[in-house]
Design a protein around this ligand. Structure first.
Ligand SMILES: [Zn+2]
Length: 263
C-alpha cells in the first residue's frame, strides 16, 4: 500500500492499518531572503516527511501538506500568505478530526515553519481532548539539533530563517532554485542578550518576542546562508529524516491509554 495519503482509494483507507502514523506537514508561504523561494518551508518539510515514508514504508501515511501558516509578521515582504492562528488551529483540527473519524489514532503534526510551533502544539492538544487519539506536534529541526551542530559551518545565530540550514537543504534538493550570489550574512546574534537570541539548533528563544520581520531583517534573512553547501544540506536532511523516523516509531509504540473519570 502506498504511503501517499492522496493516492489511497477509500477502500484502501477502510482496510489500512490504523496504527500507522499519519504525518501532516504544516508550513508557510513566505519570504526566504532574496536567495530562496517562497515555498522553502513546504519543500523542506515534505522532503523530511517523504524521507520518513521511504525509510518506514509500512509505518506511515503522508498527507498532502498545509502550505500556509501563521506569519502575518512577515507581510511587509511581498508574496507572504498569512493565516490567522485561530483559523489555522481550526483548519488543522478539522483534518485531525476527519482522520480520527476514519479510525486513525496516531497523528504527527510535522512543523516546518517557526511561528507555527505554538499553533500546532495547541492543535495537537485540542485533538487529544476532542478525539481521544494520539496527536503529536514537532518542529523538525528540534528533533535533530545535536546533529545539525555536528555538521554546521555557521556560528551561533547562523541558523534561524533562510540561513545555513534551510539554504543548504534546498541546495541539496533543488540547486537551481537557490541563488547564493544574492545571499548575505544576516547573523543577528547578540552576545549581550541572555534570553532573546534565536538559533534553531543552539537553543535561545527562552523568552519570546516576535517583532515585525521587517524591523529586524533587512531582506528577509536571519542567519548565514553564505556558508551553505549542498553536501552539508544532504547531511542535515538525512539527520532530520532519521530522527523523525525514530519519533514515528516511538509514536507507533505508544500505548493507547484509558481515561478514568473520578467524579
Ligand atoms: Zn523557512
Amino acid at each position: 500500500m502506498t504511503t501517499d495519503y492522496g493516492k489511497l482509494t477509500w477502500e484502501d483507507v477502510r482496510d489500512a492499518d490504523k496504527d500507522r502514523v499519519v504525518i501532516l506537514n504544516v508550513s508557510a508561504t513566505e519570504d526566504h531572503g532574496p536567495h530562496m523561494p517562497l515555498d522553502t518551508d513546504t519543500v523542506l518539510g515534505m522532503a523530511v516527511a517523504n524521507g520518513v515514508a521511504k525509510a518506514a514504508p509500512e509505518e506511515v501515511f503522508v498527507m498532502p501538506p498545509v502550505a500556509y501558516g501563521f506569519n502575518e509578521h512577515h507581510k511587509d515582504f511581498p508574496g507572504v500568505i498569512w493565516i490567522q492562528p485561530e483559523t489555522l488551529i481550526a483548519f488543522v483540527t478539522d483534518i485531525t478530526h476527519s482522520l480520527a473519524h476514519h479510525g486513525f489514532r496516531r497523528i504527527l503534526l510535522l512543523n516546518s515553519h517557526g511561528s507555527n510551533h505554538p499553533v500546532l502544539d495547541l492543535a495537537a492538544r485540542k485533538t487529544v481532548i476532542r478525539d481521544g487519539i494520539i496527536c503529536v506536534s514537532a518542529s523538525y529541526w528540534n528533533l535533530c539539533n545535536d546533529r545539525i551542530n555536528e555538521h554546521r559551518k555557521s556560528d551561533i545565530g547562523g541558523i534561524a530563517h533562510a540561513g545555513e540550514f534551510e539554504a543548504a537543504m534546498y541546495m541539496h534538493l533543488h540547486p537551481e532554485h537557490v541563488d547564493l550570489s544574492k545571499a548575505t550574512n544576516q547573523n543577528l546574534h547578540n552576545p549581550g542578550s541572555k534570553f532573546f537570541n534565536l538559533d534553531l539548533a543552539k537553543g535561545g528563544g527562552k523568552a519570546m518576542l516576535m517583532r515585525w520581520w521587517s524591523e529586524v531583517s533587512p531582506e528577509g534573512t536571519m542567519g548565514d546562508p553564505t556558508v551553505a553547501d549542498a553536501e552539508t544540506g544532504g547531511k542535515f536532511l538525512q539527520a532530520a529524516i532519521e530522527e523523525t523516523t525514530a519519533l514515528v516509531r516511538e509514536i507507533r509504540a505508544l500505548p493507547i491509554l484509558q481515561r478514568r473519570d473520578h467524579h
